[in-house]
Design a protein around this ligand. Structure first.
Ligand SMILES: Nc1ncnc2c1ncn2[C@@H]1O[C@H](COP(=O)(O)OP(=O)(O)OP(=O)(O)O)[C@@H](O)[C@H]1O
Ligand SMILES: [Mg+2]
Length: 183
């Protein structure tokens, strides 16, 4: 089954580190012979999901579009690395059942630290009442109860976080080297 890819799905609060880690993990897997595609929530929102807002229905639709693309890539030998807040457990579990070969990675960063990082300034805007439906502030985030991999980002650099995920993938039996046997 080594010609099949598998989906690495990064979930976590805004500013948790999903995009940053995806772009460190991608090159590690490419260096091991895989074709990798990073599916970043923001990027997909600029294209495929440009018609969608941030209410529950829209977030679910966004996740299901990303799921479809990831499924198509994974069954064609690519590793899609999804970097998506994906706040609802139900959307993530649908992604798992639809894609099949699926690794849920919880990018675990406490809200206070995410707010301190505030990469896009959105936490501040939400606290100031300038925007609404901000995940973690006035919109829910349902943390995974049993993620396949949990990466704590405090006390680890982004490259260390990517290396950690790679080691965990290997430990769980996912093929980290293209052509190697695994889960
Ligand atoms: N171990 C780590 N892993 C990832 N990012 C880290 C880590 N330590 C610190 N950071 C910093 O945290 C920030 C994470 O921002 P990033 O844009 O990756 O978050 P995100 O989860 O993609 O957020 P959003 O959902 O808003 O897109 C970056 O500035 C990054 O440098
Ligand atoms: Mg991001």
């Amino acid at each position: 089954m080594s010609h099949h890819g598998y989906c690495i799905w990064l979930t976590g609060l805004p500013s948790a580190g999903k995009t940053t880690i995806a772009h460190h993990l991608g090159p590690l897997l490419r260096a091991s012979g895989w074709n990798v595609e990073v599916l970043d929530g923001d990027e997909v929102r600029r294209g495929l999901s440009s018609d969608l807002g941030f209410d529950r229905t829209a977030r679910e639709a966004h996740a299901s579009r990303v799921t479809y693309v990831a499924k198509v890539l994974a069954r064609n030998g690519v590793i899609p690395i999804v970097a998506l807040i994906s706040p609802y457990a139900s959307s993530r579990s649908r992604a798992r059942s639809e894609i099949g070969r699926f690794v849920e990675v919880y990018v675990s960063t406490p809200l206070a630290e995410c707010e301190r990082r505030d990469v896009k300034g959105l936490y501040k805007k939400a606290r100031d009442g300038l925007i609404h439906d901000m995940t973690g502030i006035d919109d829910p985030y349902e943390p995974p109860e049993r993620p396949d991999i949990r990466v704590e980002t405090i006390g680890r650099s982004p490259p260390e976080s990517a290396q950690y995920i790679l080691a965990e993938l290997e430990r769980l039996g996912w093929p980290v080297r293209h052509g190697a046997t695994g889960a």
